[in-house]
Design a protein around this ligand. Structure first.
Ligand code: ASP
Length: 271
């Protein structure tokens, strides 16, 4: 569907939302959209994406920030990444315990010397992890008035993962990707997403002339054909303001806000 700039699309993970407090998920997605959208008044799509994701990291409802799941040693190790499509700038962190991993990823992007840093970062580590109610990885994509396209993703990863395991979320092209054409954020099983690089595939299909909607759907269908269902969800937006979301799981918490409309869904519903 086409939206009026500026546009913010967010997700709170693809998974079995029938077993979760999805009402709470929907409420938080709505609040996230309000919080992130405020940033368009003074900032760009970068601030909208970062603040939307930071809000979800602080909510404790999703598998990110204080809501992050634990690894097999009972520790939390988080991954996050952000990309500004128009400049191809990108920054990411992996295996961190910082309060807001997305803000650490932003620092890496703004610094510009590197793309991905691992290990402890940030002045403040979180110690008060509260776990979540079954929510998942969080992500956001945005298009501002000036045409900036930005994508970001943040996660605690997969419950019971081995220490040091890094998923798709901090890897450009896998967990997120932005170009002058599109911005995409992924969620699902990192070990599958890392093999297909769905966010990159969406950009390639759009560059060949397919719509963002057909491209996102085609990539989800390809993953379903190769690996079966219940493993992936994507949100995407293009430079014209067309936004879309698809998943092959039971549900995906997601929402979109533009100048006139706010729409949030966990199960059926078109973005
Ligand atoms: N993609 C994340 C990971 O594998 C998990 C998720 O999206 O729920 O780390």
């Amino acid at each position: 569907m086409k939206y009026t700039k500026p546009v913010l699309v967010v997700h709170g993970g693809a998974g079995d939302w029938s077993k979760r407090d999805y009402e709470k998920g929907l409420t938080e997605i709505k609040k996230t959209l309000e919080r992130g959208y405020e940033e368009f008044k003074k900032g760009s799509a970068i601030e909208a994406v970062v603040e939307a994701i930071a809000y979800m990291e602080d909510s404790g409802v999703f598998d990110a920030g204080i809501g992050s799941v634990k690894n097999s040693e009972g520790e939390v190790e988080m991954d996050a990444g952000i990309m500004h499509g128009n400049s191809w700038k990108v920054g990411a962190v992996a295996s961190v315990k910082a309060k807001n991993p997305i803000k650490e990823a932003l620092k890496v992007m703004l610094d510009g010397r590197h793309v991905l840093l691992v290990g402890e970062r940030g002045e403040r580590s979180i110690t008060n992890f509260i776990g979540n109610n079954g929510g998942d990885t969080v992500g956001a994509v945005a298009l501002d008035e000036q045409g900036n396209l930005v994508a970001g993703t943040s996660t605690g990863g997969i419950s019971g993962k081995l220490p040091g395991r890094v998923g798709d979320s901090p890897i450009p092209g896998a967990g997120y990707y932005a170009t002058p054409r599109v911005a995409v954020s992924s969620t699902g099983i990192g070990e599958i997403i890392l093999r297909i690089l769905p966010a990159k595939e969406v950009d390639m299909l759009v560059s060949m002339g397919f719509s963002i909607e057909d491209s996102v759907r085609a990539v989800i269908n390809k993953i379903t054909e190769l690996f079966g269902k219940s493993n992936v969800g994507l949100i995407g937006i293009d430079y014209k303001g067309y936004a879309t979301a698809y998943y092959n799981t039971v549900g995906m918490a997601r929402g979109v806000k533009d100048k006139n409309i706010v729409r949030v869904f966990v199960f059926e519903g078109e973005i």
